[in-house]
Design a protein around this ligand. Structure first.
Ligand SMILES: *Cc1c(COP(=O)(O)O)cnc(C)c1O
Length: 372
């Protein structure tokens, strides 16, 4: 197998998957390349028969099959593609992926993850400092995406604000009309009913405060406010500072969903738009949106790492649980145990481009949006 791959590798790099113009061309499409190609009914039929064969196929045949599968897709990294928000993979992220996947480090904990674990922790501390969180108390970690980050944040909020299971049905989550649907999905998975989500247009702070008082008077438990930093459809930003004041006066968890918009924190010209985010209890921030990585690179930051540990730390016979109070392993802070080195993609991009240039690229995105 190794010899077979070895003989194919130069061919793969030089000419790409057969029937295409090369992997590099795929990763760096030109303006004249097709943006979207959808499979014909015939393509669909052929591809749907490519499940697991009883007998082995040669690697070169499997590569050809790969090419036929990937050929039809929306090339979201195309220079003329402006449609979805998760869209902007840079070719350097693809290069990082190749290397990361060859090494395949297990970043569930510090033993197998070793130096990748250190790099992820220091990168997350740096990003936490951009949010305005204290490096000692906060924690940040890479997760599969914004939906996972939102789910984990709401879990941490529930376990802090409504610790007793028998009270979960009394909890209330405050959202706006622009809140991403991953929040209601997470709430449902966490066992909350639809009537436990209270929608307040624009999360207008005075209306929010009144609703909270009314809910408390009715015996309910205001649990979390979810503010959006960059809504998916228009990029709008809730009044985070004012909402944070309401949250702290009422002892409610403030989660900021900045899946897309939190990257504005790295812009020299527009970082002020995220003002107030430092007062949040948690923040969702996707690198696979406005930080140019390939897909599967979201991040969650919490102001107090104990809150993630309360919800996610686990003890098991086969994992050493001793002495972890100060230095949590990533598996103590996450739903996941086995974690790929996702943060290394972001690290690679930041090293290869420098944060000044990344900031300028974010500014360019804002200017393009203004022009549109
Ligand atoms: C994209 C997005 C999400 C979901 O993130 P995924 O990485 O797609 O799971 C959540 N919130 C907002 C505001 C988003 O733009």
């Amino acid at each position: 197998m190794k010899a077979e791959i070895h003989s194919l590798l130069p061919q793969l790099i030089d000419h790409g998957l057969e029937n295409t113009e090369g992997l590099l061309r795929v990763a760096c499409p030109e303006g004249t390349d097709e943006i979207s190609k959808q499979p014909t009914p015939n393509d669909k039929d052929l591809v749907s028969h490519l499940a697991a064969p009883k007998q082995a196929k040669s690697i070169s045949q499997v590569l050809q099959e790969c090419a036929s599968i990937f050929e039809s897709r929306v090339a979201t990294q195309h220079p003329k593609f402006f449609s979805f928000i998760p869209s902007t993979m840079l070719p350097v992220s693809w290069l990082a992926d190749l290397i990361i996947n060859a090494f395949n480090p297990h970043v569930g904990g510090s033993l197998a993850g070793s130096t990748c674990d250190i790099v992820e922790k220091s990168l997350m501390s740096w990003l936490a400092s951009k949010i305005g969180f204290s490096a000692d108390e906060a924690a940040g970690l890479s997760v599969s995406g914004g939906s996972m980050a939102n789910f984990m944040a709401l879990t941490a909020a529930r376990d802090k604000i409504v610790p007793k299971t028998e009270n979960h049905h009394l909890a209330v989550i405050y959202v706006s009309g622009d809140t991403h649907f991953s929040i209601s999905k997470a709430a449902r998975i966490l066992g909350f009913g639809k009537d436990q989500i209270c929608q307040i247009p624009g999360l207008e702070p005075q209306t929010l405060a009144t609703s909270i008082l009314d809910d408390r008077a009715a015996g309910r438990i205001p649990m979390a406010i979810v503010a959006t930093l960059g809504s998916t459809s228009t990029g709008s930003i809730d009044p985070i500072s004012e909402i944070a004041t309401v949250a702290s006066e009422n002892n409610i968890w403030l989660h900021v969903d900045g899946a897309y918009g939190a990257s504005i924190l790295l812009s020299a010209s527009y970082a002020h738009l995220a003002k107030g985010v430092e007062k949040a209890d948690s923040l969702t921030w996707d690198a696979h949106k406005w930080l140019f990585t390939s897909y599967g690179c979201g991040m969650l930051f919490v102001k107090d790492k104990q809150c993630l540990a309360r919800s996610f730390a686990a003890h098991s016979d086969f994992l050493d649980a001793g002495g972890r109070q100060e230095n949590y392993e990533f598996w103590d802070l996450s739903l996941e145990l086995t974690r790929p080195a996702r943060a290394m993609r972001l690290w690679f991009i930041l090293r290869a481009l420098g944060t000044d240039r990344i900031g300028e690229m974010i500014d360019r995105g804002v200017r393009l949006a203004e022009e549109a």
